[in-house]
Design a protein around this ligand. Structure first.
Ligand SMILES: Cc1cc2nc3c(=O)[nH]c(=O)nc-3n(C[C@H](O)[C@H](O)[C@H](O)COP(=O)(O)OP(=O)(O)OC[C@H]3O[C@@H](n4cnc5c(N)ncnc54)[C@H](O)[C@@H]3O)c2cc1C
Length: 513
């Protein structure tokens, strides 16, 4: 009898829990829903809040910020800081450079809108308390357009922007994923259905002004990567989840076109098989060994030949193209003298701002030992023995080394004309090689947009009520990211989010055009 009672109670509890677990749906009326809380989404929601709009910012992960904590700095031209720098460039020059770099594959009108307001974007953040430390560049002889955040992380901007949203009484909701856009049957977007990722409960947001998609592209969606990107399986830096193409897929389902879906923001060579996120520092052996892979020393392919003018080693956009051309593997070869130089005099080129130029690689010996165990660093007493260890034809490697030694004696690189300041002999053993493979940070293609950040169809008809910003938006780049003016992606993300919200505020009569 007692046993039956327990069974009965257990069944009742199960029934009760399944009743409780049934997803609920509530309807919420609002002006704007911003989907995704990276720099694009946070900026969009902050500007919407400042302009008196009722806005919900939904984020599917448990924390806000997306890739922002990884972002070291943001692009601007003609900002207060950039005007003071020796490498001042104008908005016109920047726009022309970006368009020429993309071979006019980028959307000129979108880029013009974003670059025109880049200085104002930095000022806007600065006025609200975001601290910028200096204006800098990444590449050899590049203009200084990269405004580095305090402590080299956009995390500082996240807090400022979240505070603006909350102070105005607007809401941020984590673990809430945008699932499906609501349309009115005439092609207008009038809301979005979101789901609590924990309970499965749904919210049906009805929007007067619009939905702004800022879900960060599709770097974490291997299926989409394989569909759109030629070299899909590369090491991915940044968040390992969250950027799954939701915004782009929702927009496409609502009729939006797409642009430059096969383009990537690449990161360049990383020690083979390692997590790029573990390399983003100068305080570990792995970070320091990664910076060796960015030095303008002797780079050879698996065939043992030079394949690149190494003076561009810190420009990961061009170096990655060259690495991919030679089978996605390369070796940086150096001798004991160069190892000593890197230790005592410091690096010649930066690995972004994670390992600045001039960093003394005091952990390089440890890094090489660690790399030998893990299979990405090699040490040998002769070039023949090194060639055997790294699996390249010894005759080729010996010829390449003889060539570079001769060029260093002449002070002239006959093959690629590398700046003579970077010529180093490989003559005093032991000899070393570090092996690298390509990596990437994010996708950079997505929803086709116009200069108001409105999603448009393939024939450029705006979809009323739908916007895309940040790396959900396409048309900001051509085949590759443009590292001539570093920091452009976060700048375009934040500025794009702001422009979208302003467009909605004008539409709803909150501000004048
Ligand atoms: C290691 C690294 C370093 C970088 N450094 C720089 C730099 O120095 N300068 C620079 O300009 N750029 C840099 N970038 C690029 C940077 O990612 C972009 O510049 C920019 O910050 C992207 O912002 P975003 O808002 O478009 O996307 P993200 O920051 O990726 O944010 C998208 C957010 O949307 C959320 N989301 C996804 N789907 C949904 C959904 N269905 N519902 C709700 N939320 C969803 C995601 O979880 C995520 O939080 C770097 C990237 C990496 C990985």
């Amino acid at each position: 009898m007692l046993r039956n009672l327990f069974v009965y109670l257990a069944v009742m509890m199960l029934c009760a829990s399944s009743v409780l677990a049934a997803p609920k749906r509530q309807i919420v009326e609002t002006d704007v829903v911003v989907v995704g809380s990276g720099l694009a989404g946070l900026s969009a929601a902050a500007v919407a809040s400042e302009n008196g709009l009722k806005v919900y910012l939904i984020e599917k992960m448990p924390t806000l910020g997306g890739a922002a904590p990884f972002v070291e700095g943001t692009f601007a031209v003609e900002s207060y800081m950039q005007r003071q720098s020796s490498d001042r460039i104008t908005t016109d020059q920047a726009w022309n450079m970006a368009m020429e770099f993309s071979h006019w594959k980028a959307n000129g009108a979108v880029l013009r809108a974003l670059i025109n307001r880049s200085a104002e974007n930095v000022d806007w953040m600065k006025e609200r308390g975001v601290v910028f430390e200096k204006v800098h560049t990444v590449i050899y002889n590049g203009p200084k357009t990269w405004h580095l955040f305090h402590e080299g992380s956009g995390a500082t901007a996240v807090k400022t922007l979240v505070d603006i949203i909350h102070k105005t009484g607007n809401k941020t909701m984590t673990e809430t994923a945008g699932k499906k856009l609501i349309t009115d049957g005439k092609g207008n977007v009038v809301g979005i259905i979101a789901e609590n990722t924990d309970s499965g409960d749904e919210i049906e947001f009805h929007t007067k002004g619009g939905v702004i998609l800022c879900t960060g592209g599709f770097a974490n969606n291997l299926k989409m990567m394989k569909k759109y990107i030629a070299n899909a399986e590369q090491l991915v830096a940044g968040p390992k989840a969250g950027r799954e193409g939701d915004g782009i897929n929702m927009a496409m389902a609502a009729g939006a076109g797409t642009e430059s879906m096969s383009s990537l923001l690449v990161l360049g060579g990383i020690p083979i098989g390692q997590d790029p996120n573990q390399t983003l520092t100068d305080t570990t052996p792995l970070g320091q060994i990664t910076s060796v892979l960015r030095q303008p020393l002797l780079w050879v392919s698996k065939a043992g030949n030079r394949f690149f003018n190494e003076q561009h080693s810190s420009d990961w956009t061009v170096s990655q193209n060259a690495i991919e051309r030679v089978g996605k593997r390369y070796f940086v070869v150096m001798d004991q003298n160069t190892v000593n130089e890197l230790k005592t005099k410091g690096t010649l080129m930066p690995y972004s701002d994670w390992v600045p130029a001039g960093t003394h690689l005091n952990l390089i010996d440890e890094g090489i030992k660690e790399g030998e165990k893990k299979g990405y660093a090699f040490k040998a007493d002769t070039i023949d023995a090194l060639a055997k260890k790294i699996g390249v034809p010894a005759e080729n490697l010996k010829k390449t080394v003889a060539d570079i030694n001769r060029f260093t004696d002449y002070n002239y690189d006959e093959v690629f004309g590398k700046d003579r300041r970077f010529l180093r002999k490989v003559e005093k053993g032991p000899f070393y090689a570090v092996e690298g493979e390509p990596s990437f940070m994010s996708t950079i293609g997505g929803v086709r947009i116009n200069a108001n950040m409105q999603a448009v169809t393939d024939d450029d008809t705006p979809i009323n009520g739908l916007y895309a910003a940040g790396i959900d938006a396409g048309g900001m780049f051509g085949d590759t990211y443009d590292l001539i003016m570093p920091g452009s992606l976060s700048s375009y993300a934040a500025t794009g989010g702001r422009i979208a919200s302003e467009h909605i505020a004008v539409k709803l009569g909150k501000i004048k055009k």
